[in-house]
Design a binder for this molecule. Sequence first.
Ligand code: NAD
Length: 501
Amino acid sequence: MNLPDPSALAERAHSALARCGAEWPTGNLTARTPITGTEIRTLEQHSADDVNGAVAAAHDAFGDWRTVPAPIRGAVVRQLGRLLSEHKTDLAELVTLEAGKISSEALGEVQEMIDICEFAVGLSRQLYGRTMPSERPGHRLMETWHPIGVVGVISAFNFPVAVWSWNTAIALVCGDTVVWKPSETTPLTALACHTLLRRALADCDAPRGVHQLVIGGRDVGAALVDNPQVALVSATGSVRMGREVAPRVAARFGRSLLELGGNNGAVVTPSADLDLAVRGIVFSAAGTAGQRCTSLRRLIVHESIADELVARISAAYAQLQVGNPFDDGVLVGPLINDAAFEAMQSALTAAQSSGGTVVCGGERVGDTGCYVRPALVRMPKQSEIMHTETFAPILYVVTYNEFDDAIALHNAVPQGLSSSIFTLDQREAERFLAADGSDCGIANVNIGTSGAEIGGAFGGEKDTGGGRESGSDAWKAYMRRATNTINYSDQLPLAQGVEFG
Ligand code: NAD
């Protein structure tokens, strides 16, 4: 495999950051690229005290920001969207350099940021409350939505910019201020986004304190989680992280919005259009080297078509080019680090000890970085290893006979993020979407599990944490609701007919 010189990658990161206007920092945190597994540069890491300072600054800024009319707040987000469009390729370069995404997916991730900015600008004129009929004459009953305060955003390495934008664009129009703790694996990408948002704020004469960036690992995240001035902690990452974060936020009666790991399944029924199914399955399972929260990990196939489908997926996998994510034609970039490679190998070993057969893939490609061929594994049943999320490209295949069994198998894992069914049978499709069908936050028909649009609410059930971000009415998580009763009469009737005096 032909990989670029590490110093050329460092130079590429330097130039992209400079074009975004960010200063080239130095410090004790090492920014690396999974393309070669080498260092790009060091940068400054924040302490718990720095986090508390950032939260205090965001809290100060909130005092004024909450009173700025929402459509004026929307103007900042509109300007951010313009700057993101202008720097789309710079940001995509950084995403590829730090997260290892192929260029097309990196550009797609930046496009998602631009899209959510557009959505948020429209939303800034639609933060609707309801008016309800009062049971009392001369009274009006309504609800009002107010900004909630400082939002602490903790994000994962695999969507280093989109997740930030989903949270930040919506939080800003809602009147909140934001302290962002990105993944320690993607700090330079975060620095570029922060710089562009600060520029948008300056362009609109808005207070720069509404957005703060803190760089570091778990301890920096923990300082954000524990700070009582952080009204909402929106945390994206593993189930392990969510288990640590949720009780700490709950202990101080803060609010949390959790977007945790998935273990996504697809059911393929006898009537499925297999040409379409194979394309959807391969993109969802092997795309982003299996490092999406929505990556397809479990295939539940009717036994009558399993052999044919497995053969076709295996043939498609053989065509996948694995390598430098900047190269044209490459569809599978590197795993993020050695630990991800080791987790993949130990999952494959566990699958084999449970009677699984590796149909293809799983082996390392090249000796630099962590490149692997996506693995396809036939399993005799949905054993223990299929109940955990291994953040790597492994697709397990099990078969079913009765449709009810397919749904039961599908729902039998602890996570509940994304799901899909490939079928041309309307009864099966509707059943999959019904109350006794898929138990996930996302349920698709004739589309794979990954690649959601920003217009819908994004998130999942069970161990995935229950949070919803992005479109639809996900904005409500970023605001507090007040119910108002207004008496415009000269009487004081009490509710429920109560007499007092
Ligand atoms: P991770 O859990 O290791 O880290 C995520 C973030 O949480 C990082 O910023 C990390 O520093 C921080 N963190 C970790 N422990 C913490 C703690 N105790 N207190 C405060 N902060 C803490 O996850 P990762 O490896 O970066 O990302 C992959 C995981 O994220 C996968 O499980 C994937 O499914 C999940 N993910 C979920 C979604 C979603 O929307 N549901 C989206 C992207 C990724």
